[in-house]
Design a protein around this ligand. Structure first.
Ligand code: PRP
Ligand code: ADE
Length: 235
């Protein structure tokens, strides 16, 4: 059942799976190049650049948290609804968000997925943009009855109700690496249903990505043993 979301927006935690390898970005050195330490000035510059990337990322998380609006008792009594739409009204925040999400995917997965699966409807707001940045496909999971042709269906329960998700039966090729993307993970019911559809289609689920995690609902416990990236925790 539902519990109200705390009103505070203090923490800005990344909930990446720490067991995953970071993407090694450095290009391999030429085989016949002599080995030598980089000059101290280069090391210092690289460190500064790294620090600046980290602080940019923390800054983006703070801006995302600050942009959220909270509405009590929507869509039903007892739910505090987190409204993400202001993020998309500000192109600077939206762009910074995409940049950080892309970096989180590259670092956590260490590879680019073949397909981003976005969940109806708010996963459609940024899933296709992320797919373009990564150079991978975008495939939607939609609420039942919206798509033509043969579809697979999964029922699920979420924080404020129950519903059915569908995917077109040929949307994913067997073995494709799939990342499930959505705006918010609350109870995890929606994301778990999307994962079951991906599995039914023969996809290889490599992880999940959320902008926001409502941590106290412990939705990630439903998601099994793949990396779960959540940019900020709303608790
Ligand atoms: O973790 P859960 O408890 O499953 O809840 C999370 C889901 O709920 C919201 O979608 P909603 O079904 O309200 O659809 P919408 O995007 O069309 O508003 C949200 O966008 C997630 O998809
Ligand atoms: N509290 C919440 N706010 C916004 N979207 C949600 N989806 C599930 N729970 C939600």
């Amino acid at each position: 059942m539902s519990a109200p979301v705390p009103t505070g927006s203090s923490a800005d935690s990344v909930a990446s799976n720490p067991s995953q390898p970071a993407a090694a970005a450095a290009a391999p050195a030429a085989l016949d190049a002599p080995r030598r330490e980089p000059p101290a000035a280069t090391t210092g510059a690289a460190q500064l650049a790294g620090q600046s990337l980290t602080s940019d990322r923390e800054d983006t998380k703070k801006r995302v948290l600050a942009a959220l609006r909270r509405f009590p008792d929507f869509p039903i009594p007892g739910i505090q609804f987190i409204d993400i739409l202001p993020i998309f009204q500000d192109p600077k925040i939206f762009d910074a968000l995409l940049q950080v999400l892309e970096a989180e995917i590259r670092e956590t997965l260490g590879a680019i997925p073949d397909v981003i699966v976005g969940l109806d409807a708010r996963g459609f707001l940024f899933g296709p943009s992320l797919a373009l940045r990564l150079g991978c496909s975008f495939v939607p999971v939609r609420k039942k009855g919206k798509m033509p042709g043969p579809c697979m269906t999964a029922s699920y329960e979420k924080e404020y109700g129950a519903d059915y998700f569908q995917m077109q039966s040929d949307a994913i090729k067997p073995g494709q690496k799939v990342l499930v993307v959505d705006d918010i993970i609350a109870t995890g019911g929606s994301a778990a249903a999307a994962a079951s559809l991906v599995n039914q289609l023969g996809g290889n689920l490599v992880g999940y990505l959320f902008m926001i995690e409502i941590g106290f609902l412990k939705g990630r416990d439903k998601l099994g043993d793949v990396p779960v990236i959540a940019l900020v925790d709303s608790d």
